[in-house]
Write a protein that binds this ligand. Structure first.
Ligand code: SF4
Length: 485
């Protein structure tokens, strides 16, 4: 890959096109184009950065080829979400998500420790109800879709969610347009929201507790009490939904066999609750995936379960979750391995990916096309150990191959959060209390220029003294303290 855009694309695409046009006019070399692109805020050109490895093969750091290059490469963000696209290409084949999607909010303030998007897509910025409704009106006119998807990482956290839902139903409810509202929190308010949408097909209601014990939910910073969960479930069945879908992860840091067994117990408890309300019609569908530790999250130091451990836990769940009304879905552990290699690899993985592709790994996300042996052979040929990347415990100060990419959230914050997880300490929604994750010092100038409630981070009252970057296509100064080397 010649160049990556790190972060949000809406503005940087213009800078890239301007740079490309200027380069064409100058008639200089391809290398010069890449050099020019590397100066744009949010563009990463790997060839100008050299990785170093220790004799034992552990990644030791990244060096830029020239001091004028940005280091770290700070992700690009837009200070204000641009108007939502409304003239979308409408496929003439049937697609899974055949609907008009609209992003109501970007980012999430909950800080779930396993969640890549929750850390990477900060700060939280919201669109206004009026802007969303106008865009839906236009979008439906141009596309003819019969379903609207109100999208975000955590829809119930959108500050105007109830007024939005009411307005959308008022404007579009009569036109036989259905409205979907995914990513709802586990609280009875979510059930009220779904009811406000006037959903008539009440089959499945999805909840994602992710872990089945309160202890584990504190570790992952999703501290929902079991009481709150059961109350929500009761309300779901009471209002006529017949199936509760539960999403869990196994293999999370600090998990014991009891925590895995608790998944089955919780699923059975939810079914019992459903039976009390609906009798034999109540169903539970539990989907249990394997946790893959992701870069730029507090769990980036964690390990992936071995294949053997995953299989043992899956067998336990299969044994414990038999019976009428209970359905269990598990993922193929080999898929988790591939996902983890791709998530956690360094540049040496490039050879493995290319070779695996040559050997037939093409549509690996479709289980029947997963070419696992091709991956293992590619690792062997490259002289790399697949376990090294995913099962090796990492010391807290080990450099990561992604440290030169800055998402705004600091390594210091992630480290503290990881250590907190080991003590079972949680953080509240950072809209209520800012935990100084690093976003504000990184984007202080943008926040200063965009005061008010639009961003969910605290305001900056005085003009910032240190500006990490100069806005615009050319990045002239990097005053941000970095730990290069
Ligand atoms: S700067 Fe504070 S409010 Fe903003 S995302 Fe980070 S912790 Fe949350």
């Amino acid at each position: 890959i010649d160049a990556f855009v790190i972060g949000e694309g809406e503005e940087v695409i213009h800078d890239i096109l301007d740079t490309y046009k200027a380069w064409r006019a100058a008639g200089t070399s391809r290398e010069d184009l890449l050099w020019r692109l590397a100066q744009i805020w949010g563009v990463y050109v790997p060839r100008f950065y050299e990785p170093r490895y220790a004799p034992d093969g552990v990644f030791a750091g990244m060096t830029r080829r020239d001091p004028s290059l940005p280091f770290p490469i700070i992700k690009r963000i837009v200070p204000k979400l641009p108007p939502p696209p409304t003239r979308l290409i409408v496929p003439f084949i049937s697609t899974v998500h055949s609907r008009f999607p609209i992003e109501i909010m970007r980012g999430c303030t909950r800080g779930c420790r396993y969640c890549h998007a929750g850390m990477v897509v900060r700060p939280v910025r919201e669109r206004s109800v009026e802007e969303i409704v106008t865009a839906i009106e236009e979008g439906l006119r141009y596309t003819g879709f019969e379903e609207i998807g109100l999208l975000s990482l955590s829809s119930s956290d959108y500050s105007q969610i109830l007024p939005l839902v009411q307005e959308v139903v008022r404007r579009f409810g009569q036109r036989h347009i259905s409205i979907s509202l995914p990513s709802l929190r586990i609280e009875t308010f979510s059930v009220e929201l779904m009811e406000a949408l006037g959903t008539t097909r009440r089959r499945g209601f999805t909840l994602a507790p992710e872990a089945a014990t309160e202890r584990m939910r504190r570790i992952i910073n999703k501290p929902i009490s079991s009481e709150q969960l059961m109350e929500t479930v009761r309300e779901i069945y009471r209002r006529g939904w017949t199936t509760v879908k539960l999403y869990f992860m196994m293999g999370l840091p600090g998990e014991t066999e009891d925590d895995v067994r608790a998944i089955a117990e919780l699923a059975r408890a939810v079914l019992r609750e459903g039976r009390r309300v609906l009798g034999g019609r109540a169903k539970v569908h539990a989907s249990v995936s394997t946790f893959v530790p992701k870069p730029h999250t507090p769990f980036q130091w964690a390990t992936l379960d071995t294949m053997e451990a995953i299989r043992t836990k899956q067998a336990l769940l299969r044994r414990e979750m038999r019976g009428r009304g209970l359905k269990l879905s598990l993922n193929d552990p080999r898929e988790s391995m591939v996902e983890a290699w791709l998530s956690r690899g360094d540049r040496r993985l490039a050879e493995v990916i290319y070779r695996a592709w040559q050997l037939g790994a093409k549509f690996d996300a479709w289980n029947d096309h997963l070419a696992y042996d091709a991956w293992l052979q590619a690792f062997r040929e490259a002289g790399l150990d697949p376990h090294f990347y995913v099962h090796r415990p990492r010391p807290i100060d080990e450099p990561f191959p992604w440290d030169h990419i800055s998402i705004g959230v600091t390594r210091q914050y992630l480290t503290q959060d990881y250590l907190w997880s080991q003590e079972g300490r949680t953080r509240i929604d950072c809209r209520q209390r800012c935990f100084a994750c690093g976003i504000l010092p990184t984007f202080n100038a943008l926040r200063y220029e965009h005061p008010g409630d639009y961003w969910k981070c605290p305001e900056i009252k005085r003009p910032p003294k240190r500006v990490p970057f100069v806005r615009g296509p050319v990045l002239r100064e990097m005053a941000l303290a970095t730990d290069e080397g």
